[in-house]
Design a protein around this ligand. Structure first.
Ligand SMILES: [Zn+2]
Length: 254
């Protein structure tokens, strides 16, 4: 299969080119977003973004994928200055890396972003019993299996399900650093990026670990309205890069 992929960043690319103004997670009225693709494209242009990806939530039963792809294609034709990608966000349906999408839908889009939304099937509905530590381990394990799935090109909002269900009511601990490293190492081995998603807590720490591990990443706002497109603190990327470089040079001097 020949996927068209979002352009990703890495530590070296950040050093060489700086951060690119992109948004790789946008939802429209095809799933749970409020606006149409055209409104999101206009918002991206207002924010001077260079590339966006639509990533509406897809299910195996979704029947709108063809018209979604057509509507985005039309935007692509009328806005040649903006790189526009047709992605979909497909959730893991088990612990083996399978995702909730029909093969016909895969052939209609540029790429599939795999995500963890639940820890199923064995523990659905009993998250409190699971606890944050086990949940983080499970989210990492499912993410690593998603990375192995050839139809999954990017992992969307890694670690977010942990934060959604456990943070801060059940724990104030951020997602364990060693598990982020495990995901980053696996992503690197599979040659796939993880998403740096603006809605995930402790984002700077997450990015720092990706840069230390030299993993590839995409950048997403998780916009559900046109005015949220590109709502990302892009200056964070150079700040964290400087911090990683500074820590490194201190280590060398030690
Ligand atoms: Zn999601």
């Amino acid at each position: 299969m020949n996927f068209v992929l979002p352009s990703h960043l890495s530590r070296q690319k950040l050093v060489d080119q700086g951060v690119s103004l992109v948004d790789h997670q946008i939802h429209t009225y095809y799933s749970d977003g409020a606006d149409d693709p055209a409104a999101c494209v206009r918002a991206a242009q207002r924010r001077k973004l260079t590339e966006i990806a639509f990533t509406d939530h897809v299910w195996r039963s979704s029947e709108w994928v063809e018209s979604y792809a057509e509507e985005i294609e039309q935007q692509r034709r009328t806005n040649p200055d903006l790189r526009i990608l047709t992605g979909v966000e497909a959730k893991a349906v088990d612990h083996d890396g399978h995702v909730d999408i029909a093969s016909e839908a895969v052939s209609l889009v540029d790429y599939v972003m795999g995500v963890v939304h639940r820890y199923q099937p064995d523990v659905s509905g009993d998250l409190a019993k699971l606890g944050p530590v086990k949940a983080a381990e499970m989210e990492t394990a499912i993410t690593c299996r998603l990375l192995e799935n050839p139809i999954v090109s990017v992992i969307g909002h890694p670690a977010r399900t942990y934060y959604k269900f456990f943070y801060p009511e059940h724990t104030r601990d951020p997602f364990p650093a060693e598990l982020i490293r495990e995901m980053a190492t696996k992503a690197k081995a599979c040659g796939k990026p993880l998403e740096v998603n603006a809605k995930v807590p402790h984002l700077e720490r997450f990015l720092q670990i990706l840069l230390e591990e030299d993993a590839m990443f995409t950048i997403g706002s998780d916009a559900h309205r046109a005015d949220e497109v590109g709502d990302i603190d892009f200056s964070m990327f150079s700040d964290v890069l400087n911090k990683v470089d500074h820590d490194k040079s201190c280590e060398v001097r030690k």
